[in-house]
Design a protein around this ligand. Sequence first.
Ligand SMILES: [Zn+2]
Length: 210
Amino acid sequence: MKLLFLGPPGAGKGTQAISVCKKYSLVHIATGDIFRKEFSEKSKLGVLAKSYMDKGDLVPNDITIKMVKKRLSQDDCVNGFVLDGFPRDVSQAESLEKICAIDYVVEIHCPDEQIVERLEGRLVCKCGATYNIVTNSPKVCGICDECGDRLYQRDDDKSEAIRKRLEIYHGTTEPLIAFYKLKGKYIMINGMQSIDGVFNSIVSELSRKF
Ligand SMILES: [Zn+2]
């Protein structure tokens, strides 16, 4: 099972990817983790990638592809994997098809308005606790249950910032979705369900395909 997961910020893509990996004994592969591991081992590719990241630049495609290829050839990938955060664009997707064609792209689909509503309701505390005024509100409005400190909204969770992140998400993923749709490799999952509901939908779709 070789899968790619896509989903807008706040759709719970990472959580679902981890659950699916557990169920099918797949490996969860995030490019950030590959970069960190390569760098900690001081591999040529890792050091090169780090030099771009230190300057705040994106790691060039050919370096990323080489690292992903190396990762996918390791023994723990025999059952398959879930890619998270890669490929980012059609040119990376084309390169990936050449080294290791994926079976399906799973998109956790949520309407923008719902995402904005969900993320805008998020409140956090300096102690690390997270709340949501709709789904998980604190006992006392605006005060942390854990430590009694005042809760606040992260700049990232303000409506305008969320819309900007969604715009970037659509700009990068829509061409990718079109690319995989043409190959008959696209699965859309309704993200407007509970975490368990989304997971069950993914499993039922996958059981039909594999
Ligand atoms: Zn707190």
